[in-house]
Each structure stands twice: as structure tokens, then as C-alpha cells.
Design a binder for this molecule. Structure first.
Ligand code: NAD
Length: 483
């Protein structure tokens, strides 16, 4: 299978210097479609994390003081460079993460470009207010200011795109950053940092330390870090939230999900099947907002299951660089084992397996798209995040909206939900009552740089994108002047 023509950069970036492994330990990153090692990366030491935070601290004053129009220009230059290198970045993402080129090139990289352009616009639009306070002889106003050094910790499922959700607003608002990408998929992060330098973003503003959870923890615990912006599992998010709480650091947490998809009796079933296949199998189900538990009105359940299973079963699995591929591999052998474990649990719990249910043959980390029906609310496959191509259909009898809402909400998560209905009033009533950060009506889960993204309950704290991201990377200062 063809791989990168350009050897990917693997060093860490600290204070504008590329840091080689030297005496440090290294770890491999794989092409998940072949199982072959792509490159060796550096495991950062606590001293590296400290050096990165110090470099970001030193760079902070000048970066925060840069004229907003100059910051905006630099972010626009990053966007232009990402666009110029779109094909290279997409191929690198596909090779390291597994997502088919149609996703990396058609969705992930264009989203990174949009994020930088969108947030470049905010750099010149940050405002405070003046307020007539009820205190005599004072002028009172507010300023919106950056936080300082922000630690950005990202997961492996959409490494480049999810980094841009954090990096673009953090930089636009005058913060400096230390990035810790997921150890499975660090290559595009390192390349984006290189493009930031090439765009003219000063040394020390963007730093990258690589390695596993201990490196992330060292960043979270560092006293010089003002904020942690984390995307990843709920389990790790809880730890980070607790540590940030103890240290009184700002924190944003984008965590796991178990999105319900309600398919009403009057829904357009073909549209629902197509949208749910996209929403459930995108990136082989390794999507936090993946539609995974389908509440389907009993009279339409058989038709829905047949069509969903036919669609899932006919997906072409292969290397993401191959243009005929519809579904790429899972990110790692561990992820294949985790998905397979859940499929076994589903069988043991009494769900009916309709299609899939096993790893696919070959060297890479592939899993066959899997559909279960006759799933019940209490089964673990209906409650726990699997993060793989496993779709669970839960037929429902009762048209009672409140009961349906209660069942959709009977989860610790609350990231996304979708309603498929021919009646826009019913759909909107359900959308209001379902507890989730984003609810989609008759559509797959889409994202936009201007649209708030985040979860409730165990799906996280805070929102990314749009004005919410600007608020998340700034503080309001009050300035009082005696007149
Ligand atoms: P993960 O929590 O295992 O790892 C995420 C990142 O945290 C990695 O960089 C990892 O090295 C680091 N990390 C691990 N332990 C740490 C610690 N103790 N302190 C600090 N950092 C630590 O998650 P993952 O397996 O990489 O990603 C999959 C998870 O991410 C899924 O649960 C998925 O739902 C979630 N996710 C959420 C969103 C969202 O927007 N809500 C988006 C994508 C993925």
C-alpha cells in the first residue's frame, strides 16, 4: 500500500527548537491498516514538559500584546499553508489514524482550514463593555484577556481536526500553548506545529510534547499551565477535571458519548438508514457523537434493521489511501479487542446479531461493521461507549413522547442525539427535552467552526467552536478608574 512520500517529522517542538530523542525512550506509531510501524516518537520527560511550559510562558507576553490584526494575519497564513498542504496532511492523517481519504481530505483537513479562518476573524473582534455602575465618580469597563499557557490534550480519533478546535481559538485570543497529542496519532499535530512556525507564529507560542498519559498528566499538574483543554475519554476527563479543580485551573472537557437515534414511525426510513450509517460508521464508529443506539418505532423496525444491516454489511473495508475504501481500520489492536469484547457481551446479553460480529481478515486492525437488534435499554452495548462499528437497534412500542425522551436520556452521557421524524413539531419537542449538547433532526452529526460543540453530564464541561470557544480561552477583567 502506498505510504507517505515525505518522511514525517517526529521530533517534539519546544521553544521553536526541534527536540530529538537523544537519550529519551521512544515509542512506535503504526499504520493501523497494515499494522506496520510508521515512525518512532519521543516520550517526553517531566523536564521536557517543564521546558515547554517555560517556553510558552516566555512567549506569552509578546504574543498577547501583538496587535489583533497581526495575530489574525498569522492565523490566516496558517490556514493558507494547511490548504496548500491539504493533500499531504490528509494522507498523513489517513496513514497514521486510518480514516479513509474521503474523511481526512474531505472533512478533517478542510475543517482545520475553516477553524483557523473563522477564529482569525475573532482576533480583531474581542470587546469589553462599559457599565454605568452605581458608584459615584468612577469609570468602569471590562477587557477580555487571554489566560496564559494552555495545555491542549487530544485523542486519537480525529487528531488534526480536534486539535484545531482548541489551537485556533487559543491562539486567536492571545494564549500560548503546549500540545500533547494522543500517542497513537501524533504525526499530523507535529506537522501542523511546523506549519505554524512556517507561517511566522513566533517560537514558543506553539509547543508540542509527545508521549502517553504520564506526559499529559505532567502537563495537567504543571503550575505554569493556566488552562487544560482536553478531548478524550470520560475516565481520563474525570481525573483531569478533579486535578484542575484542586489546582483551580480553568478546564474544558470534551468526553465520550452514546448518542441515541430516535426513528419515529413516520420517518423517511431510507434517509434515516443513510444518515445513521454515516453517523454510526463514520471513521469506523470512532466518533464521540456516533449514533449507536437506535430507538426505532416497532412498525418500522424490521425494515430499518434489514436496510441498516444491508448497508453496514456492504461497506468496503480497506486501506484509507485506497479510493474504493469506505471503512478504514480501527486505530489499534487494542481497539479491535475492545470492540470484539463488547460484541461478545452483546451476544451473551441476548441481543440478536444481524451482521458483522468479528474482526476482518488481514494484517491491519479491521472490524466488520456490526448490527444488533432486539437490544434492550439495560444491555451494556446500549449503555457503554464502544467506539467502534457496532450499531444497536432497540425497537420501541410506545408512541408516548415522554417515555421515549426518558429512555433516550437514560444514559450517563449527553453529547449528541438525533431524531428522524416526518413531523417537525414532534421532532422539535423531543429535541428540547433530550439532554445532549447537540441534537440533530433528520441529519447526520455535522460540525461547523461557528456551531457550539460539547456535552452535558459525563460527556463533558464547556463548549468548543463559535463564541463559546472565545469565552473558554479568555477571562474578563474589570478596570475601575477614579474620575
Ligand atoms: P484517552 O482519554 O485515553 O486519551 C486522550 C488523551 O489524553 C491522549 O492524548 C492521552 O495520552 C491523554 N491522557 C491519558 N491519560 C491521561 C492523564 N491521566 N492525564 C492527562 N492526559 C492523559 O482517549 P482516547 O482513547 O485517545 O480517545 C477516545 C475518547 O475520546 C472516546 O471516549 C471519545 O468519545 C472521546 N472523544 C470525545 C470527543 C468530544 O468532542 N466530546 C471527540 C473525540 C473523542
Amino acid at each position: 500500500m502506498p505510504v507517505q512520500t515525505r518522511q514525517p517529522r517526529t521530533q517534539m517542538l519546544i521553544g521553536g527548537e526541534w527536540i530529538e530523542a537523544g537519550g529519551r525512550s521512544t515509542f512506535p506509531t503504526y499504520d493501523p491498516a497494515t499494522g506496520k510501524v510508521l515512525a518512532e516518537l519521543v516520550e517526553a520527560t517531566p523536564e521536557d514538559v517543564d521546558a515547554a511550559v517555560r517556553a510558552a510562558t516566555e512567549a506569552f507576553g509578546a504574543w498577547a500584546d501583538l496587535l489583533p490584526a497581526a495575530r489574525a494575519r498569522l492565523l490566516l497564513r496558517v490556514a493558507d499553508l494547511v490548504e496548500q498542504h491539504a493533500d499531504e496532511l490528509a494522507r498523513l492523517e489517513t496513514t497514521d489514524q486510518g480514516q479513509p481519504l474521503a474523511i481526512s481530505g474531505g472533512f478533517s483537513v478542510p475543517m482545520v482550514v475553516n477553524q483557523f479562518r473563522y477564529h482569525a476573524g475573532w482576533a480583531t473582534k474581542l470587546t469589553g463593555i462599559t457599565v454605568d455602575v452605581s458608584v459615584p465618580d468612577v469609570d468602569y469597563r471590562t477587557r477580555r484577556e487571554p489566560l496564559g499557557v494552555c495545555g491542549l490534550i487530544t485523542p486519537w480519533n480525529f487528531p488534526l481536526m480536534l486539535l484545531s478546535f482548541k489551537l485556533a481559538p487559543a491562539l486567536a485570543t492571545g494564549n500560548t500553548v503546549v500540545i500533547k497529542p494522543a500517542e497513537q496519532t501524533s504525526l499530523t499535530t507535529i506537522r501542523l506545529a511546523e506549519l505554524c512556525l512556517e507561517a511566522g507564529i513566533p517560537a514558543g507560542v506553539v509547543n508540542v510534547v509527545t508521549g502517553g498519559g504520564t506526559v499529559g498528566k505532567a502537563l495537567v499538574d504543571h503550575r505554569g499551565v493556566a488552562k487544560i483543554s482536553f478531548t478524550g475519554s470520560t475516565e481520563v476527563g474525570r481525573e483531569i477535571g478533579a486535578a484542575a479543580g484542586r489546582a483551580l485551573k480553568r478546564v474544558s472537557l470534551e468526553l465520550g458519548g452514546k448518542a441515541p437515534s430516535v426513528v419515529a414511525a413516520d420517518a423517511d426510513i431510507d434517509a434515516a438508514v443513510a444518515g445513521n450509517l454515516m453517523g454510526g460508521l463514520l471513521n469506523s464508529g470512532q466518533v464521540c457523537a456516533a449514533y449507536t443506539r437506535f430507538y426505532v418505532a416497532r412498525p418500522r423496525a424490521e425494515e430499518f434493521v434489514d436496510k441498516l444491516a444491508a448497508g453496514a454489511g456492504s461497506q468496503v473495508l480497506g486501506h484509507g489511501l485506497d479510493s474504493s475504501t469506505q471503512l478504514g481500520p480501527l486505530v489499534s489492536a487494542e481497539q479491535v479487542s475492545q470492540v470484539d469484547r463488547y460484541v461478545q457481551i452483546g451476544r451473551d446479553e441476548g441481543a440478536t446479531l444481524v451482521t458483522g460480529g468479528s474482526p476482518a481478515d488481514g494484517d491491519g486492525f479491521f472490524y466488520r461493521p456490526t448490527v444488533f437488534t432486539d437490544v434492550t435499554d439495560s444491555m451494556r452495548i446500549a449503555r457503554e461507549e464502544i467506539f467502534g462499528p457496532v450499531l444497536s437497534v432497540i425497537p420501541y412500542e410506545d408512541e408516548d413522547e415522554l417515555d421515549l425522551v426518558a429512555r433516550a436520556n437514560d444514559t450517563e452521557y449527553g453529547l449528541a442525539a438525533v431524531i428522524w421524524s416526518g413531523d417537525v413539531k414532534v421532532a422539535n419537542r423531543l429535541a428540547r427535552r433530550i439532554r445532549a449538547g447537540s441534537v440533530y433532526i433528520n441529519m447526520p452529526p455535522l460540525l461547523d467552526a461557528a456551531a457550539a460543540w460539547g456535552g452535558v453530564k459525563a460527556s463533558g464541561l464547556g463548549r468548543e467552536n463559535g463564541w463559546d470557544a472565545i469565552e473558554a480561552f479568555t477571562e474578563v477583567k474589570s478596570i475601575w478608574t477614579a474620575l
